[in-house]
Design a protein around this ligand. Sequence first.
Ligand code: NDP
Length: 449
Amino acid sequence: MAELHPKLQAIFEEVTRRNAGETEFHQAVTEVLMSLGPVVAKHPEYADNAVIRRLCEPERQIIFRVPWHDDSGTVQINRGFRVEFNSALGPFKGGLRFHPSVYLGIVKFLGFEQIFKNSLTGLPIGGGKGGSDFDPKGRSDAEVMRFCQSFMTELYRHIGEYTDVPAGDIGVGMREIGYMFGQYKRITNRYESGVFTGKGLTWGGSQVRTEATGYGTVFFVDEILRATGQSFDGKRVVVSGSGNVAIYAIEKVHALGGIVVACSDSGGYVVDDKGIDLDILKEIKEVHRGRIDDYVEARGGTSQFVADRSVWEVPCDIALPCATQNEVSGTDAGLLIESGCRIVAEGANMPCTPEAVKLFDQAGVTFAPGKAVNAGGVATSALEMQQNASRDSWTFDETEERLAEIMRRIHDRCLSTADEYGQPGNYVAGANIAGFIRVADAMLALGLV
Ligand code: NDP
């Protein structure tokens, strides 16, 4: 930690002491603090008013029991979380994650990242995140519904369209949002569309929200390519994961002329030199909730499944990690660099370890961080809130054009901020500093709250 500005070093030590054992949260905080040295040197008012210390402490943290009956009538108990991190820019906003690995440290890392991401969108949304250690895999629809209803029976009192607006994340898609929104409506007796985003199109959802994070990721990379006079045409792309973000990233890469040759899930990866067949992938993942190895049987001779190995061993020009945190290790980064990969853009939240990021930097690989790259999801959520507030609904094309424009603005703001602070081309510095300044200025304006 020798590189941290002394004032920031003291803050980091306080964060690790007050949040013992929450390693992902420490990692996310370090990554931001590493960028803020030039900012505190130029703007001592942020340190003097303890803005950064306040930013590292959530406004509110809620932890609760979630009891439910499984199909055999046995009582199951999970733990629910909502971390309302910062509301200087607007109501808390961020997804819910259902995955067995969820604990307070994961929710805090995601909530912390969300503050800067939401700020970068330029839209009026604060940062929050939540979830549960519930594992939806292998559970029946009825079990998922009972879990969601129990989860919402506690969470409903903490959320609202002007307070805190959840959405999806790993393990939470439209089905889960439907069950939670339904329970919220039942308990409160209010059809409050703006309390959730990621809703279905017939019950208050927005066009493009399903596609937004994946599409936005690819729009961002398209901007990186344009900035250096290139395009997706003919580029080999590897995407990790095969969930919501991965599927729509693949769709947009193909639409822009690139070819996605591999994708994965937690069981392994498939490689298909002719390009991943998206109809087959969607059928497996969205319709049947199946496993990636089913792809090979459906696709036939051209593809191959590789169990329990890293998808990053597949050579590519562009890598889009779209699965989960810390999925790209130093070893994986070495493989990517060796195979000639020139751009790594994070569709997932914090998928690259600090070691991997350092190696990309040393090798001159362009690296773009999740809080900028995947901001299209939450940006489109904010567009959904706008449509709900005005009882309006926009067409697919209109919404997609707004998403593309927001991603262009985020990209340009990252580059111009990196330039302003003497680090041209550094997307990490640009995203962290630009995201920070907008929130910090709002916090100063709102007084000591
Ligand atoms: P999904 O649940 O739809 O998909 C997650 C995918 O990642 C699945 O294919 C899953 O495989 C795979 N995965 C999860 N854990 C691991 C692991 N340990 N190793 C390998 N693969 C794994 O989630 P999303 O697509 O919504 O989210 C993916 C990432 O994008 C997350 O980091 C999320 O925070 C981030 N994100 C999502 C947004 C959204 O709008 N959905 C917005 C912004 C960021 P398996 O099924 O085998 O577990």
